[in-house]
Write a protein that binds this ligand. Structure first.
Ligand code: SF4
Length: 355
C-alpha cells in the first residue's frame, strides 16, 4: 500500500490514460452498479420532474430521510404544473422535516419558471438548465446526464471523495471536475454518474472505506490510506432550548389544538415556518408546566438539547412566563399537516402522538 503523499504520477496517468477513457474501469464500475445498486424510486424513471425533485431533496439529506418525503411530495404535487401553481406555504408544508427550506422555495420558483418560460418542459442540456433557480453545476449535470443522456460528469461530495482517493495527491476543485469528466463513460453517462455516487455512498464511505469490496480497487492509488490522516475537527456548538407543548381539547374532546408560533418572514433560518414556542432559558415559573421529555436536535453545526414542557390547558395560558406567554396561535391538530412546520416541531408532535 503506498504511503500518503507518495502517489506516483505514473499510476495517476494510468488511471486517466492521458485523456483516453479508462474503459476497463468504466466496465467494472457499471457492472458493479448494475448488480448492486439500491432499489430507489427515482431510479425507475426518466421523468425530468421526478429526477430533478430527487436531486434537490438528496442535497445534504440522507436517502432514508428522503424516501417518505419524496413519495408524499409527489402525491401532493404530481406534476411540475401542480408545483408551480401551489402556494409557498403548501410547498413548505410538504417539505417539512427535510430541512434547508431554501431548497423548497427555489424548487417552486424553478417550477414556475419552467412552466412560464418553457411551457412545462425541462430544457434538455446542462447549459440551458444552469440558469434556473436552485440548479447549480451538479444538479444541471445530473438531470442532463440521467434524463437526456448528455455526456457530462457530476461531482457531489461522494464523487469528490471517490476521485480524490482513486487519484491521490492534492487536487483542486477544478481538477476534480476535469478528472470526473475524463473518467465518464460517454455511452451511459447517467448510469455512470449514479454509479460513482453510489460507490461513494455505499463503499468508498468517509470513515471506513470498504476497499476489499470495491470494484475500483484495481485502479485506486490510495486505497483509503488518506483516511488515516488527521482531519480538522468540526467544531460543534452545544446549546439548550426550552419548548412549550401546550395543547387543549377541541369541542367535544376531539380534534385538539396546539399552540404554535410563526417564525419571522425575514428570519435567516426557516423563515415563515411554524414551531412550538421556544426560549433559550428555562421558564422562571411553571405552575402548570411539567418537564415532559428531552430531545437532541442538530441544525448545521449546532447540537441542541431540547427540554419540552408539556401542558394541557383549558382556560388561561399555561406557562405564566413572559418568555412563552401569549405567543402564537392555537392550531387544530387536523390542520397541522397542511402547515409548514419546522423539523424539530414535527419531531416533538410525532413523539407526543399528536400527528
Ligand atoms: S479502493 Fe478503497 S479508497 Fe479506493 S475507491 Fe475503492 S473504497 Fe475508495
Amino acid at each position: 500500500m503506498p504511503a500518503a503523499g507518495s502517489i506516483s504520477e505514473k499510476r495517476r496517468m494510468a488511471a486517466t490514460s492521458n485523456g483516453k477513457t479508462p474503459a476497463a474501469f468504466q466496465r467494472a464500475l457499471l457492472r458493479w452498479y448494475d448488480a448492486q445498486r439500491r432499489d430507489l424510486p427515482w431510479r425507475k424513471t426518466r421523468d425530468p420532474y421526478r429526477i430533478w425533485l430527487s436531486e434537490i431533496m438528496l442535497q445534504q439529506t440522507r436517502v432514508a430521510a428522503v424516501l417518505e418525503h419524496y413519495r408524499i411530495f409527489l402525491e401532493r404535487f404530481p406534476s411540475i404544473e401542480a408545483l408551480a401553481s401551489a402556494s409557498e406555504a403548501d410547498v413548505l408544508a410538504a417539505w417539512s422535516g427535510l430541512g434547508y427550506y431554501r431548497r423548497a422555495r427555489r424548487l417552486r420558483q424553478c417550477a414556475q419558471q419552467i412552466v412560464e418560460q418553457y411551457k412545462g418542459s425541462f430544457p434538455q442540456n446542462s447549459e440551458a438548465l444552469l440558469p434556473l433557480p436552485g440548479i447549480g453545476r451538479y444538479t444541471a449535470a445530473a438531470i442532463a446526464s440521467i434524463v437526456f443522456g448528455e455526456p457530462v460528469a457530476v461531482v457531489d461530495g461522494n464523487v469528490e471523495r471517490v476521485l480524490r482517493r482513486l487519484i491521490g495527491g492534492t487536487l483542486t476543485t477544478r481538477q476534480v471536475w476535469e478528472h470526473a469528466q475524463a473518467f465518464l463513460d460517454r455511452s451511459r453517462p447517467g448510469d455512470f454518474n449514479q454509479a460513482m455516487m453510489e460507490l461513494g455512498a455505499t463503499v468508498c464511505v468517509p470513515r471506513e472505506p470498504r476497499c476489499l469490496a470495491c470494484p475500483a480497487r484495481k485502479w485506486c492509488v490510495t486505497r483509503g490510506v488518506e483516511v488515516r490522516r488527521a482531519k480538522p475537527a468540526v467544531h460543534q456548538q452545544k446549546k439548550a432550548v426550552w419548548c412549550a407543548l401546550d395543547w387543549r381539547e377541541g369541542n367535544g374532546g376531539g380534534n385538539g389544538k396546539v399552540r404554535l408560533v410563526q417564525r419571522p418572514r425575514k428570519a435567516a433560518l426557516m423563515a415563515g415556518m411554524w414551531e412550538l414556542p421556544q426560549s433559550s432559558a428555562p421558564p422562571r415559573t411553571s405552575r402548570t408546566a411539567a418537564p415532559w421529555r428531552k430531545f437532541r436536535h442538530t441544525i448545521t453545526v449546532t447540537s441542541y438539547t431540547v427540554h419540552v414542557l408539556r401542558n394541557k390547558q383549558i382556560g388561561n395560558l399555561l406557562l405564566p412566563d413572559d418568555r412563552f406567554a401569549a405567543k402564537g396561535k392555537w392550531i387544530g391538530l387536523d390542520r397541522i399537516q397542511q402547515l409548514p412546520i419546522t423539523g424539530l416541531t414535527r419531531k416533538i408532535l410525532k413523539a407526543s402522538g399528536m400527528i
